[in-house]
Design a protein around this ligand. Structure first.
Ligand code: ADP
Ligand code: MG
Length: 156
């Protein structure tokens, strides 16, 4: 499995990295974000959305639903599973329907470790580690191989 490491020294850098990735994303892409609260998953998602051309000013973690849908050059499905407790909820909330619809858009999942077992074979896994107040380590892994092309992004 191909992998790469990205070190970010500021929130802006994480955002810009997300934006560069967003510009490259094609339909069917699944980005699985993993890491503790405050590691930068939502900020990175905002960057992705900007890169995809989402015009909405506020890309925020879904609060009442588990999924927000934004219209960019492609549709972006932003899922945040922080409050997901049981796998039964996956069915109740229609999350599986989104996984079926992903070929028409881009899916970004925060707390993806909670559904890692039901994700399709191919997804880009990004694990965030907090190194200090302002620095983060992102480890990208192209699980399954389909998204290898997203691993090589210039740093700026
Ligand atoms: N290098 C960095 N990359 C991302 N976020 C950072 C970085 N340094 C500090 N931060 C801060 O960490 C927080 C990340 O918040 P957020 O993206 O909501 O995290 P999560 O969605 O993982 O809970 C923000 O307050 C941001 O300013
Ligand atoms: Mg978040």
């Amino acid at each position: 499995m191909a992998a790469s490491i990205f070190l970010s020294d500021s929130p802006e850098e994480t955002f810009r990295y997300g934006k560069r990735l967003g510009k490259k994303l094609e339909t069917g892409s699944i980005i699985a974000l993993i890491g503790e609260l405050g590691c930068g998953k939502t900020l990175f998602t905002r960057g992705i959305c900007e890169g995809v051309g989402v015009l909405e000013r506020y890309v925020n973690s879904p609060t009442f639903a588990f999924v927000n849908e934004y219209a960019g050059k492609l549709p972006v499905f932003h899922m945040d599973l922080y409050r997901l407790n049981t796998t039964d909820e996956l069915f109740e909330l229609g999350i599986l329907d989104y996984l079926r619809r992903v070929e028409a858009g881009i899916m970004v999942v925060e707390w993806a470790e909670k559904i890692i077992g039901i994700l399709p074979e191919d997804y880009l896994k990004i694990e965030f580690q907090v190194l200090s107040l302002s620095s983060r380590r992102l480890e990208l892994e192209s699980v399954g191989g389909r998204f290898d092309k997203y691993l090589e992004l210039p740093k700026s």
